[in-house]
Design a protein around this ligand. Structure first.
Ligand SMILES: [Zn+2]
Length: 276
């Protein structure tokens, strides 16, 4: 597993790669635009060019993007749904221009309708986006902690979305240790059975693994990330994960709460120190 972190794009998206290198990252996750607004300035061409140059040295295949938090492809509200479709297509187009191969997105929330409707809407949205635009970047559905009416807190939801979508070859998965634990997957005591069944079901569709410890206990359905080894999951899981041969092709991305003004260097180092 390549070890890295989510890095800020402030000052220009290419700066995220400088930050990644500074922190000793082998993998990188970025937002491709402001993650908390619907509208965003177009991609700055000069910044994009610098990003592509730096990405070539870093390894483009080691970079993934994370969708903005507002996007909800499962939304039953017409307004939010159409804004979400537009924003998702815009972000995938930015990934294409930047050469980013993976785009991680939270499946969405079915508030006001049913889980089945939400699942169907996500599959239909992705089909529409890929058919209309022919994007090459793969969308990775991220497992969620199961707060509220979120889709994606069970791997069965992901299976259904993939089975319903005709663009299924463009859909993969992003794991998150904190979200899995919060959603009730006991990655501490049932490590083998959880990951054996995932690899049996999804194989190499799993491309990114968010490495976060959890502040809340197993099954809490609350999404609170903790520093590695300082939460309910504990160090042992991360020792196993970074050495797991089945995770060799994945990007391991830290999203731990390092605090404002701090860097991921020590968390990255800690994970690297677990390597045998
Ligand atoms: Zn996420």
């Amino acid at each position: 597993m390549r070890i890295g972190a989510h890095q800020s794009i402030s000052g220009g998206i290419y700066k995220s790669i400088e930050r990644a290198l500074h922190d000793g990252c082998e993998a990188l996750q970025v937002f491709v635009r402001n993650a908390s607004r619907w509208e965003s300035k177009p991609l700055n061409e000069k910044d994009a060019e610098k990003f592509r140059q730096k990405a070539e040295d870093f390894g483009t295949e080691n970079i993934c993007a994370h969708a903005s938090y507002l996007i909800n492809l499962a939304s039953a509200s017409g307004d939010i749904y159409s804004k979400s479709l537009k924003a998702c297509a815009d972000e995938l187009s930015r990934c294409g221009k930047l050469g980013i191969p993976y785009y991680v997105i939270h499946p969405g929330s079915f508030t006001g309708s049913t889980l089945e409707d939400g699942i169907r809407r996500i599959a239909v949205s992705l089909d529409r986006i890929y058919h209309e635009n022919g994007f090459r970047t793969m969308t990775l559905l991220e497992i969620t902690a199961g707060q509220g009416s979120s889709v994606g807190c069970s791997f069965e939801h992901m299976e259904e979305i993939i089975n319903l979508a005709s663009c299924s070859e463009k859909i993969g998965l992003c794991l998150d240790s904190c979200h899995m634990f919060s959603a009730g997957y006991d990655i501490v005591n049932d490590y083998d059975s959880v990951f054996d069944s995932l690899s049996e079901k999804f194989g190499d569709k799993i491309r990114v693994f968010h490495l976060n410890d959890a502040k809340k206990p197993l099954g809490s359905r609350v999404d609170r990330h903790a520093m590695i080894g300082k939460g309910e999951i504990g160090e042992e899981f991360f020792r196993k994960a970074v050495n797991e041969s089945g995770f060799g092709h994945m990007l391991g991305i830290l999203e731990t709460p390092i605090g404002e003004g701090s860097t991921y260097a020590s968390e990255v180092n800690l994970l690297k120190s677990y390597r045998i």
